[in-house]
Design a protein around this ligand. Structure first.
Ligand SMILES: *[C@@H]1O[C@H](CO)[C@@H](O)[C@H](O)[C@H]1NC(C)=O
Ligand SMILES: *[C@@H]1O[C@H](CO)[C@@H](O)[C@H](O)[C@H]1NC(C)=O
Ligand SMILES: *[C@@H]1O[C@H](CO)[C@@H](O)[C@H](O)[C@H]1NC(C)=O
Length: 283
């Protein structure tokens, strides 16, 4: 009846009053600030505000698939929707429904907010690759790493990696540099190893990240931790320069005495030989 009263401002005011009056009215607050957070295809929807006196239900609308509900009648402001987005190339939108706690939500369509569109294949962020091992032998820096896993599984139950999904669209990039220097070099691979030529006398540091070159956004994945080789970390680093000086002094002493000794021995030999020759000369 209030609604029938009159034009714009009155209507707005009455709506406001109805909202404040709460109890069984359909003018519930709807979700705002809806965001998709997705890493390696694990996807979580978040929104605000915390509900008070009502609940949320999430509906996922695909282009071709049926609408599915998740986090039904929740008091949370986030929802893991990973398992509803399995068709990763499809574009989805989420409706966050605001519903009354009781069964009263059946009377009419509950109010809802609509998220932005989300396509897992082109928007999920590539997580950090895990470095398995690395070596620097001579002038070769070798790095072996693993593809991050997704929450999706094969029929046999083992987890699919991001490569199982992206296949040829996936590359990895390594950034490497001489320890304590800032000039970075980089290289890319479609395999799970890097073999880079480096200066064999220097330590190197590096990190790697997944890349999807065909993407316009989110091309670069998260960076792995930075690791450094320790080829130069030999006796000199471990025991300090003093040990080297002492070793050098000892070595010089040994060499010097050897030289002196051989000179003395040599002179004695010559003298002896000369003495032995003398009688012959006398004949
Ligand atoms: C939505 O986000 C904006 C900016 O981050 C923030 O100022 C606002 O308070 C948020 N809304 C709610 C209901 O929390
Ligand atoms: C990494 O480890 C595997 C197995 O332990 C080994 O076969 C491979 O040679 C190692 N690679 C490097 C670069 O150290
Ligand atoms: C499961 O199946 C996938 C693909 O068919 C295969 O790559 C993987 O090795 C299998 N895992 C096990 C544990 O059999």
């Amino acid at each position: 009846m209030l609604r029938a009263a009159a034009g714009g401002p009155a209507l707005l005011l009455s709506a406001l009053l109805w909202s404040l009056a709460a109890a069984g009215n359909p003018e519930l607050p709807t979700a705002v600030n809806i965001t998709w957070s997705s890493i390696n295809f694990k996807t979580i929807l978040q929104w605000q505000p915390k509900p008070s006196g009502y609940l949320y239900t999430v509906e996922i609308h695909g282009q071709t698939s049926d609408t599915k509900k998740k986090c039904i009648l929740t008091t949370e402001t986030e929802c893991d929707v990973t398992d509803l987005l399995r068709n990763v190339r499809e574009t989805y939108t989420a409706h966050i429904l605001s519903v009354m706690s009781s069964g009263m939500d059946n009377f009419e369509e509950p109010p809802f907010a609509v998220s932005e569109k989300f396509t897992p294949y082109s928007q999920t962020v590539l997580g950090k690759p895990e470095i398995q091992n690395y070596t620097q032998k001579g002038s070769k820096l070798n790095v072996v790493f693993q593809d991050p896993l997704t929450p999706y599984t094969f029929p046999n139950g083992s987890f699919q990696s991001i490569r199982d999904i992206f296949q040829n669209d996936l590359e990895y990039k390594i950034y490497y540099w001489k320890d304590q220097s800032s000039g970075k070099k980089d290289a890319t691979t479609k395999s799970n190893t890097f073999e880079e030529s480096v200066d064999s006398s220097k330590n190197y540091c590096f990190y790697i990240q997944g890349i999807i070159p065909s993407r316009k956004e989110n091309r670069n994945g998260q960076e792995s931790m930075v690791l450094c080789t320790s080829i130069g970390r030999n006796i000199l680093d471990e025991y300090g320069a003093e040990v080297f000086i002492i070793i050098a002094v000892i070595a010089i002493a040994i060499i010097t005495s050897a030289v002196v000794l051989s000179v003395i021995l040599c002179k004695r030999k010559k003298a002896k030989a000369a003495r032995e020759k003398e009688p012959l000369n006398g004949v």
